[in-house]
Design a protein around this ligand. Structure first.
Ligand code: ATP
Length: 262
């Protein structure tokens, strides 16, 4: 395998996705590198969730190729595909916990799907994952309706980490959280990425997250990646959408708060 390919955990090439006559992704190319947190931004409705869902196989593409961990997911047989899926974790928008299951049952759900383990071991894994995301063991027996929004996000992250993935997809993980809760969550993602060596693909609208958590940013517009690079590169871009996003009123507020300037 070429070095270049080995370093791209996700490799998207020439991917087109349509719903009826509407083309959402148009021959899109994107690499997500090993060990990075990639922030994926773009206007509302641009297709960020669609790309995420296409990569994980929930949305069919018209054409193009997607490799994850060097495996072409179209060419893979069911067993090979399952082996790839076993190596990633997903936190969907809104947390998406099963409301009729306890926190423990939610976290154990993906583990049961792939592994046959004793209940004792499953309970140990649950407590360990809750600890990783900063939650006490007592939370295990609660139902999602008994949790705050921030706790739901943390439990959803614990579930995404249940199988010790190398790659995690986070779809707007800080949406609905207050700025302090969102900041804490960004810090948690950053710490986990560093300590576990995770690669993170994060769809976000949160400028704070882009500043504090992401190594690189990719911007989606008109069905393609219109820019990809560091925050400094995004800020230097003359592209109109990037200029208004990274230099607009909200962006100035974020930069101000990051530097302690009010
Ligand atoms: N299953 C579907 N059937 C038809 N159209 C769809 C489907 N899923 C998404 N779309 C359309 O694809 C476009 C992109 O949607 P998507 O949810 O990916 O946007 P997004 O960039 O994630 O937006 P947001 O930032 O608001 O979450 C939208 O126009 C949406 O209506």
């Amino acid at each position: 395998m070429a070095v270049e390919q080995a370093d791209a955990i996700i490799r998207v090439r020439d991917v087109t996705v349509r719903f009826g006559a509407t083309e959402v992704l148009d021959k899109l190319d994107l690499d997500v590198k090993r060990g990075e947190i990639l922030g994926f931004v773009g206007p509302s409705g641009a297709g960020k969730s669609v790309l995420t869902r296409t990569i994980i196989g929930l949305v069919p593409k018209v054409s193009g190729q997607i490799e994850v961990f060097g495996v072409d997911l179209d060419a893979a047989n069911a067993k090979e595909r399952r082996a790839v899926e076993r190596r990633w974790g997903i936190l969907f928008q809104q947390g998406a916990l099963f409301s009729s299951l306890t926190v423990a049952q939610n976290i154990q759900f993906p583990v049961r799907e792939y592994l046959k383990l004793s209940q004792r071991l499953l309970d140990e894994i649950t407590i360990a994952k809750l600890g990783m995301v900063g939650l006490a063991p007592e939370v295990a027996d609660r139902f999602p309706s008994e949790l705050s929004g921030g706790m739901i996000k943390r439990v959803a992250l614990a579930r995404a980490l249940a199988l010790d993935p190398e790659l995690v997809f986070l779809d707007e993980p800080t949406s609905g959280l207050d700025p302090i809760g969102a900041g804490d969550f960004d810090e948690l993602v950053r710490t986990l990425q560093r300590t576990l060596g995770l690669t993170v693909f994060m769809v976000t609208h949160d400028l704070d997250s882009l500043h504090t958590a992401c190594d690189r940013i990719a911007v989606l517009g008109d069905g393609k990646i219109i820019a990809a690079g560091t925050m400094a590169e995004m800020k230097a871009s003359q592209h109109p959408w990037l200029r208004s996003y990274f230099h607009g009123k909200r962006a100035r507020a974020v930069v101000g708060s990051n530097t302690g300037v009010v």
